[in-house]
Write a protein that binds this ligand. Structure first.
Ligand SMILES: [Zn+2]
Length: 343
C-alpha cells in the first residue's frame, strides 16, 4: 500500500433489512432462489458503496453473501452433513448446534471466487477477502470421521489453500484468515495451529493476514470478556511464533479492550491491522478516540506497517451505527496521518 495508514474493516458489515433480519447472527435469508442470488449481489454492491463513501482504503464484500463467517464456507464442502447436528461448545464459551463431519472433507467447487470476481469488477481499490482459519473451522463442527482436531485442521488448510489461490487469481490483494480460536487454544496454536495456517497460505503471492479477536459483540463474548481480568494477555501466547511465520499482516482487537498495547512489540516487523473501532457497542467513536488508539499503537508498530481497522466484524450492528463507525475510522486515521506527515 502506498497510502500511509490505509484503513480497512476486519470483515463483515450489516446486511440490508430486505436481505436478512438485521442485528442478528445466523440471520435467515428473506429471499429465495434467483431473487436471493440477485439480492446478495445487490447487497455486496451497497456494502462496497458504504465503504467507498466513508473513504475506506482497503475494501471488502462486507461478507454479504454469507450467513456466517465459518458455516457458510463449510456448507460448500463435501464430507459434512448439515442435517446431522450436534451441540458443541464453541471456543470453550457457548453451546451451538453444529453440523457433523461424516467423511473425507473436500472442496468440490470454488466457494467465494465468483463473488470476488464480481467485487473486483466494481472497484479499483485494494480488496481484502476473509476466509475462516483452519482451527476456527474445526471448532465450529462435530467431527465423527477424523477424530483428531489436528488431522481435520490440516485437511481444511489444504482446502483453504485451493480457495485462496483462486481468490488471488480473481484479483484479491489481501487474503485474511479469521482465527478467533487462536485466543483460546494456546497449546494447539503453537503445536500445529500456526503451521496449519502457513499451509493455507502456501504458494500465495498476494498479501496474507490473520485476524485474532475476542469475538463479535454478542452476549456470550462480552460475558466471557468480563472473566478475563484487568489485563488481556492472550495474544502473548501466539505472537512469538506468529512473528516468525509466513503471514504478512496480523489483525487485532485494541480499542476499548484490555489488551496491553506493548504486546504488539512481540510481532514487530509484521504489518498490524489495529482495531480502533469497538464492535461491541452502539456508541460511535469520535475521530479523536480513534486517533488516540492509533497513536498508542504507533509506539510499537512502525508507521508504514500500521493499518487502522475495526476490532472485529460489524455484522450484528445496525447499518446506521456501522456507517458512523466507518466514518470515524477514516477521520481518526486522517488525524494521525497528518501528524506523521508533519513530523
Ligand atoms: Zn473478529
Amino acid at each position: 500500500m502506498k497510502t500511509l495508514l490505509p484503513t480497512s474493516t476486519a470483515g463483515s458489515l450489516p446486511k440490508p433489512s430486505w436481505l436478512a433480519e438485521p442485528e442478528k447472527l445466523w440471520s435467515p435469508w428473506k429471499l429465495e432462489n434467483e431473487e436471493l442470488i440477485e439480492g446478495k449481489k445487490d447487497a455486496l454492491s451497497l456494502s462496497l458503496f458504504d465503504q467507498l463513501r466513508a473513504g475506506i482504503d482497503i475494501v471488502s464484500d462486507g461478507e454479504q453473501t454469507r450467513q456466517h463467517f465459518v458455516t457458510t464456507f463449510i456448507e460448500h464442502l463435501s464430507g459434512v452433513d448439515f442435517e446431522k447436528r450436534e451441540v458443541v461448545k464453541i471456543r470453550n464459551r457457548y453451546d451451538a448446534s453444529v453440523p457433523t463431519v461424516v467423511g473425507a472433507v473436500e472442496r468440490q467447487k470454488p466457494v467465494f471466487v465468483e463473488d470476488a470476481k464480481f467485487l473486483r469488477q466494481l472497484t479499483k481499490q485494494p480488496i481484502k477477502w476473509a476466509l475462516p482459519g483452519p482451527m476456527t473451522m474445526i471448532d465450529t463442527l462435530y467431527d465423527a470421521h477424523y477424530k483428531s482436531r489436528e488431522k481435520l485442521a490440516w485437511e481444511f488448510a489444504k482446502i483453504l489453500n485451493q480457495e485462496a489461490r483462486e481468490l488471488e487469481a480473481a484479483g484479491v490483494d489481501i487474503i485474511q484468515f479469521d482465527e478467533p480460536a487462536f485466543n483460546v487454544f494456546f497449546d494447539e496454536v503453537n503445536d500445529w495451529g500456526i503451521a496449519a495456517l502457513e499451509r493455507a497460505v502456501e504458494g500465495l503471492k498476494c498479501e496474507t493476514a490473520v485476524h485474532i479477536c475476542y469475538g463479535y459483540g454478542i452476549k456470550a463474548n462480552t460475558d466471557w470478556k468480563k472473566t478475563l481480568g484487568t489485563e488481556w494477555r492472550q495474544y502473548e501466547e501466539a505472537f512469538p511464533k506468529l512473528q516468525q511465520s509466513a503471514i504478512d499482516i496480523v489483525s487485532l482487537e485494541c480499542h476499548n479492550s484490555r489488551v496491553p498495547m506493548d504486546l504488539l512489540e512481540l510481532i514487530r516487523g509484521k504489518k498490524v491491522m489495529v482495531g480502533a473501532i469497538d464492535v461491541a457497542t452502539n456508541t460511535v467513536e469520535t475521530a479523536e478516540e480513534v486517533a488516540d488508539t492509533l497513536r498508542k499503537a504507533l509506539q510499537f508498530v512502525d508507521a508504514d506497517k500500521l493499518y487502522p481497522s475495526t476490532n472485529c466484524g460489524m455484522a450484528p450492528l445496525s447499518r446506521r451505527v456501522a456507517n458512523g463507525k466507518l466514518n470515524a475510522l477514516r477521520a481518526g486515521a486522517e488525524i494521525v496521518r497528518q501528524e506523521i506527515l508533519a513530523r
